[in-house]
Design a binder for this molecule. Sequence first.
Ligand SMILES: *[C@@H]1O[C@H](CO)[C@@H](O)[C@H](O)[C@H]1NC(C)=O
Ligand SMILES: *[C@@H]1O[C@H](CO)[C@@H](O)[C@H](O)[C@H]1NC(C)=O
Ligand SMILES: *[C@@H]1O[C@H](CO)[C@@H](O)[C@H](O)[C@H]1NC(C)=O
Ligand SMILES: *[C@@H]1O[C@H](CO)[C@@H](O)[C@H](O)[C@H]1NC(C)=O
Ligand SMILES: *[C@@H]1O[C@H](CO)[C@@H](O)[C@H](O)[C@H]1NC(C)=O
Ligand SMILES: *[C@@H]1O[C@H](CO)[C@@H](O)[C@H](O)[C@H]1NC(C)=O
Length: 484
Amino acid sequence: MNKLVHFRSISFPLFLIFFTILTFPCLKVTSAACNADDEAGLLEFKSGITADPSGMLGSWKKGTDCCTWAGVNCMVNNRVTMLSLSGQPEKPNSFLSGTISPSLSKLKFLDGIYLQQLQNISGRFPEVLFGLPNLKFVYIENNGLSGKLPENIGKLSQLEALSFAGNRFTGSIPSSISNLTHLTQLKLGGNFLTGSIPSGMRNLKNLTYLSLERNRLSGAIPDYLGALSELRILELSHNDFSGTIPASISTLAPKLAYLELGNNALTGKIPDFLGKFKALDTLDLSHNKFSGTVPKSFGNLTKIFNLDLSHNYLVDPFPVMNVKGIESLDLSYNMFHLNQIPKWVTSSPIIYSLKLARCGIKMKFEDWKPSETYFYDYIDLSDNEISGSPIGLLNKTDYLVGFWASGNKLKFNLEGLRIVETLKYLDLSKNLIFGKVPKAVSGLEQLNVSYNHLCGAIPATKFPATAFVGNDCLCGAPLPPCKV
Ligand SMILES: *[C@@H]1O[C@H](CO)[C@@H](O)[C@H](O)[C@H]1NC(C)=O
Ligand SMILES: *[C@@H]1O[C@H](CO)[C@@H](O)[C@H](O)[C@H]1NC(C)=O
Ligand SMILES: *[C@@H]1O[C@H](CO)[C@@H](O)[C@H](O)[C@H]1NC(C)=O
Ligand SMILES: *[C@@H]1O[C@H](CO)[C@@H](O)[C@H](O)[C@H]1NC(C)=O
Ligand SMILES: *[C@@H]1O[C@H](CO)[C@@H](O)[C@H](O)[C@H]1NC(C)=O
Ligand SMILES: *[C@@H]1O[C@H](CO)[C@@H](O)[C@H](O)[C@H]1NC(C)=O
């Protein structure tokens, strides 16, 4: 299933990835044998690898031209300039174990190291990086590096991109990072970093991509991030940041496309100035403690595709948005009384995820007629006051993956509900649903039809009793046996 909307929602980071990867391999030279130092350095790197079950380094054989080895690229002078090895997460054998050998410092012309999704490359910060004066691009992502980032990381002042995302680094971000002024990308997400964002970060004026998400960072969101005027992506989600959104970041308005501050402890109002972020594609402020209303200026966010304000303390009225097509929206678990599903949502031609749980929606399900249903993957309308039947809608959502409508007043015969092949999650608990439990539910990953008016024998499923309790006369495993 190749859905346009999914491509659209990730297109910007993809662009950056293509940019960083495609600029190098085109200069590959395969004619002459590689430099002896390069060959020795690479073979020692290979001997630091203790397990390679998918044979990623199978072509690395002494005496063959190292410029032709998998993951190795050379420039015109036959010197190795790039090492790029990448695992495929969907294949269980696609990983490397071991450490990064210091012998890589023999590759004096190396300007890019890409060791991505290899899962099990471990050890401390690879000090070998300090011995490579031409190195500009470092992506050692989704591996098992651990320990602290060294205080002297500022020595790598020539770096243009640095990613240690998805490792196990601990400790704080060293203040000498302020020396890495050529950086356009800094990605330290998915580690165990603590402390606050160092004030020297303000020097990294060429940053377009700053990602510190999924760490244990704390303190305020620094005022000086507003000085990073080239920023397009700012990801600080899943940390312990507190305080308000600083006014100074309003200077990021012309270029910022991704602002992700979800899952922190931020307070105060959502600032008016966010409505001026004309390029904003994705805004995540979910799971914080924001209060007050959503600013009217949000009506001007015409390019927003992904908006998540769920799990805050926001109140009515919600502004009318002038967005052409929202792709994913989550306003769940605030203090809204929307009464209806907003028109600008219903009319979106590209929406794939709609989550409006406990938003005070009072309607008959049949009265909701979205102009597009083909792209829908997720619909969550739990804990509202919706009556009627979703059978008509689910007749049209051919690729639905999750449908949550617990805690409403839905009244229909469950046997009439179409359960498409893609459906994994179905929660219809606490409604007024009648009929029998259809066999087709056995293919789901999660089901909950508790507290309805269902009756009859439960088909064979793996779901626990709590998925079926509280009905009129359901029987059979996992509930007590049916009376014969
Ligand atoms: C990962 O590496 C560690 C240490 O090198 C080793 O003990 C472990 O078995 C490796 N895991 C896998 C799946 O190979
Ligand atoms: C900062 O970079 C310069 C080179 O640009 C280097 O000489 C200096 O040692 C670095 N400072 C720190 C603190 O790493
Ligand atoms: C920042 O980017 C500009 C434009 O690409 C470039 O001219 C400048 O040298 C860069 N500054 C640093 C410190 O790398
Ligand atoms: C939307 O933008 C226009 C033009 O910049 C401005 O005049 C208007 O006040 C803005 N609307 C809101 C609600 O902020
Ligand atoms: C759903 O589709 C089935 C056949 O595909 C049809 O019989 C039924 O009337 C439809 N239900 C609604 C409410 O559209
Ligand atoms: C089903 O829903 C009920 C009520 O919402 C809840 O108490 C129960 O834990 C749920 N069970 C499962 C398996 O999700």
